[in-house]
Design a protein around this ligand. Structure first.
Ligand SMILES: Cc1cc2nc3c(=O)[nH]c(=O)nc-3n(C[C@H](O)[C@H](O)[C@H](O)COP(=O)(O)O)c2cc1C
Ligand SMILES: C=C(O[C@@H]1CC(C(=O)O)=C[C@@H](OP(=O)(O)O)[C@H]1O)C(=O)O
Length: 389
């Protein structure tokens, strides 16, 4: 059985819940680090008022004893502080003439899941769609991914993320190593490495917000220290680049994904794209460059995994777009719900965690075992084998 998880919970309900199955025993859980990852997801310039209400922390309510995993399913919970303000709206049926009726959502927002969800599940209060389609759910996914991240870290694998673009403003390229990248992006309100870009992005987000509009961008995730041989070319659904692409596309508002130079590859010649193979005593086989972002044949090649994702602008607009009222079928502007103007920095943290999860899953498939010790022994054996190759 491979590693898997499910989440449940509504954005204005009491809590988000996740169950992880397949984590080996004897992984030490650093609770402070887990909560730090949740905190990172809440930050970022352009977020709305909700992030001032929430102070996300995960409670682990199953599968961990004395700070270590036991091999049993891990259950975790992230409470919604906002629930106290929403209890009545969430619990009382919105009947005509009541206060709750005023909070019923019936003018779907273009770009959000409202109308599709209403039609598909036959729901006349689109709040039932909004509650689950909200990116609040990504708090649970970051909590899950933070455990995967700790699993990877135990084998020397590091994860970083950065914002590459917000709307018209692109971050200039840099040559920083992963540790410095982590340090610099952590100190930035928009998760970029240089202060000038940060200031320009902040001013740009302010302007967009003042105009009642929203903005998206491009984010990048880098995973370093991954051994060669995760994923495989032998079956379509075991290709790790494909699984990572699915994970990235599953993040709310993501409309595209690329690995390495991605779409650029369509413009260049083979000689400008493929990474030449070298052999060094000590480190073994390596590549002279990493344009293919760590993958050939759906399999890791030992170079850092580099993934980019594009996030569309936030659908809820304070200056709303045209829509149709589902009660009357008459043209109306879309409903305005409290909203972020830009969540690209937060989305970069989400991306780190969904990618880390997929890499951890592939790592366990390759070096499978029920305890951390067994997996370490399998890894050591494999590393010895490839050093002889
Ligand atoms: C971190 C994050 C925060 C988001 N915040 C908002 C928001 O405040 N308002 C909104 O309308 N959409 C927000 N979104 C986007 C919607 O959740 C998303 O567009 C919606 O679920 C529809 O799914 P789709 O865009 O993937 O098709 C956010 C997305 C992410 C990743
Ligand atoms: C709650 C989060 O993001 C929410 C994502 C979201 C959406 O429509 O996706 C809409 C907003 O919800 P609310 O109306 O409650 O403010 C965001 O705040 C979060 O990221 O934790």
């Amino acid at each position: 059985m491979s590693l898997r998880y499910l989440t449940a919970g509504e954005t204005h309900g009491p809590q988000l819940t996740a169950i992880i199955e397949g984590m080996p025993s004897n992984l030490t859980i650093d609770f402070e680090e887990l909560n730090f990852q949740l905190h990172r997801r809440q930050k970022g310039y352009g977020r709305g008022r909700r992030m001032q209400i929430e102070k996300d922390t995960a409670q682990i309510v199953g599968g961990v004893r004395h700070g270590r995993t036991t091999g049993a399913p891990i259950a975790l919970v992230v409470e919604n502080n906002d629930w106290t303000h929403w209890t009545k709206i969430m619990n009382v049926e919105p009947m005509e003439g009541t206060d709750e009726e005023k909070r019923r959502v019936h003018r779907p927002r273009p770009g959000h899941a409202d109308l599709n969800g209403g039609l598909k599940y036959n729901l006349k209060d689109l709040r039932n769609v909004l509650e689950r389609s909200s990116a609040r759910e990504t708090a649970a996914r970051v909590a899950v991914g933070a455990i995967a991240r700790q699993f990877l870290q135990a084998f020397g694998i590091k994860v970083a993320g950065q914002v590459i673009r917000i709307g018209e403003i692109e971050a200039p390229p840099h040559q920083l190593g992963i540790d410095e990248l982590i340090e610099r992006t952590e100190a930035s309100s928009v998760r970029v490495v240089d202060k000038d870009t940060e200031a320009r992005m902040e001013a740009y987000i302010d302007q967009i917000k003042a105009e009642g509009d929203s903005i998206g961008g491009i984010v990048e995730c880098i995973i370093e220290g991954v051994p060669v041989g995760l994923g495989t070319y032998v079956q379509y659904d075991r290709k790790l680049d494909g699984r990572i692409a699915q994970a990235v596309m599953s993040i709310n508002a993501f409309k595209g994904v690329e690995i390495g130079i991605g779409f650029e590859a369509g413009k260049l010649r083979g000689s400008q794209v493929h990474d030449e193979i070298e052999y060094n005593e000590g480190t073994g086989y390596t590549r002279a460059s990493n344009r293919l972002g760590g993958f050939e044949g759906g399999t890791t090649n030992g170079m850092p995994i580099v993934v980019r994702g594009v996030m569309k602008p936030i659908p809820t607009l304070y200056k709303p777009l045209r829509s149709v009222d589902i009660d009357t079928r008459e043209a109306f502007t879309a409903q305005v719900e409290r909203s972020d103007a830009c969540a690209v920095p937060a989305a970069s943290v989400v991306m780190e965690h969904v990618v880390a999860w997929e890499v951890a899953r592939a790592f366990l498939e390759k070096f499978g075992g029920d305890s951390m010790e067994e997996i370490q022994a399998n890894l050591n054996h494999y590393l010895e084998q490839i050093s002889q190759y």
